[in-house]
Design a protein around this ligand. Structure first.
Ligand SMILES: C[S@@+](CC[C@H](N)C(=O)[O-])C[C@H]1O[C@@H](n2cnc3c(N)ncnc32)[C@H](O)[C@@H]1O
Length: 270
C-alpha cells in the first residue's frame, strides 16, 4: 500500500485492502475532508484499482503529493508562469469547445482556475466530473469546486475512467506527465467514453519551431523535471489512439511557436 494514500485517505487503505475499485463519489459540500471511497453504482463501474502509480511517486511527488507545496502551486499565477503566459489562451481554447448543458469529464486535476472556468461554461444544467489518481489532488479540486453544484471531484485513474458517455472530455497537460504505455491507455480510454459526435480535447506540449528561443530551456526542463514529455515532440496524440484513430475526426492546432498543441478528436456519428 502506498504511503501517500495512507496519509491522505484512511478509507482508501481499507478499499485497497478489500480490492474495491476506485469510483465516482457523491459531491462533498463545504470544507472537504479525507477522500471517501464508496462502492460504485453499476453504471459508474469501470476502474479496477486506484493506487498512486510509481511514475507519480518517483517523478512528481513534490508537485502533486506534498500538501504544502501542492497548495502553493494551486494558484492561477503559478500556472500562468509555468505555461509562459499561455494558460489563459489555452484554457480559453478548451472552453470554446464546450457547450452549456454538456456532461464533461476532466480526467486529471489542473492547478488554478481551469475546472471552475469549465464548470462555469457548462452552467447549472451541465455537469463536470473532475477525477485524479492522487487523493490530495481530489481534495484540492473538491475544495475549489465546493460552491459549484454542477461540478464534482473523485478518485479515479484516467486510464480507467468512470463509464460515459460524455459529451466531451478535456485532457489538459496530463499526457506529458505519464510514461508511453500510460499515454496509450489514457488516450484510448478517453476516446472510448465520448458519445458519437462528442469530442476529446487534448492540450499539451508539442515540438516547438527549431528557432524557438525557449526550445533549449524546455529541453533542460524536460531532462530535469519532465522525463515523459519529450516524446510529444516526436509523436502525435492520434498515434496513441492506434486502432481507434479512424473512428474520430482529428483537428490539431499549435500555439506559441509550436510549443503547445490543441488536438480535438470528434467521434464520428455511426
Ligand atoms: C493534469 S496533470 C498537469 C497539470 C498542470 N501541470 C497543472 O496542474 O497546471 C497533473 C495531474 O495529473 C494527475 N495524474 C497523473 N497520472 C494520472 C492518472 N493516471 N490518472 C488520473 N490523474 C493522473 C496528477 O495526480 C496531477 O494531479
Amino acid at each position: 500500500m502506498h504511503r501517500e494514500a495512507i496519509l491522505h485517505d484512511g478509507a482508501l487503505v481499507e478499499a485497497h485492502a478489500r480490492g474495491l475499485p476506485c469510483l465516482a463519489n457523491r459531491k462533498q459540500r463545504g470544507k472537504p475532508g479525507p477522500v471517501p471511497i464508496d462502492r460504485p453504482a453499476p453504471h459508474q463501474a469501470g476502474p479496477r484499482t486506484c493506487q498512486v502509480p510509481g511514475y507519480l511517486r518517483e517523478v512528481y511527488a513534490w508537485a502533486y503529493l506534498t500538501p504544502a507545496f501542492a497548495r502553493m502551486l494551486d494558484r492561477q499565477p503559478v500556472v500562468e508562469a509555468i505555461l509562459w503566459g499561455n494558460a489563459r489562451r489555452l484554457i480559453a481554447r478548451v472552453v470554446s469547445e464546450m457547450q452549456p448543458g454538456w456532461r464533461v469529464l476532466q480526467p486529471a486535476a489542473v492547478y488554478g482556475t481551469f475546472s471552475r472556468q469549465l464548470a462555469a461554461v457548462l452552467g447549472p444544467n451541465g455537469s463536470l466530473m473532475v477525477s485524479d489518481i492522487a487523493p490530495l489532488q481530489v481534495e484540492l479540486a473538491r475544495d475549489k469546486l465546493a460552491d459549484l453544484p454542477q461540478a464534482r471531484a473523485d478518485l479515479c485513474d484516467a486510464a480507467e475512467p468512470a463509464r460515459g458517455p460524455y459529451d466531451a472530455v478535456t485532457c489538459f497537460f496530463l499526457l506529458h506527465e505519464v510514461p508511453e504505455d500510460m499515454k496509450t491507455r489514457i488516450v484510448q480510454a478517453l476516446l472510448g467514453v465520448v458519445r458519437p459526435g462528442g469530442k476529446v480535447v487534448f492540450v499539451d506540449y508539442h515540438r516547438p519551431h527549431p528557432a524557438h528561443p525557449l526550445r533549449p530551456v524546455m529541453q533542460l526542463v524536460f531532462a530535469w523535471l519532465e522525463p515523459f514529455a519529450r516524446t510529444l515532440w516526436t509523436r502525435s496524440v492520434a498515434d496513441y489512439a492506434r486502432s481507434l484513430t479512424t473512428q474520430f475526426d482529428w483537428r490539431k492546432e499549435t500555439v506559441f511557436g509550436g510549443l503547445y498543441q490543441i488536438v480535438v478528436a470528434t467521434r464520428r456519428e455511426a
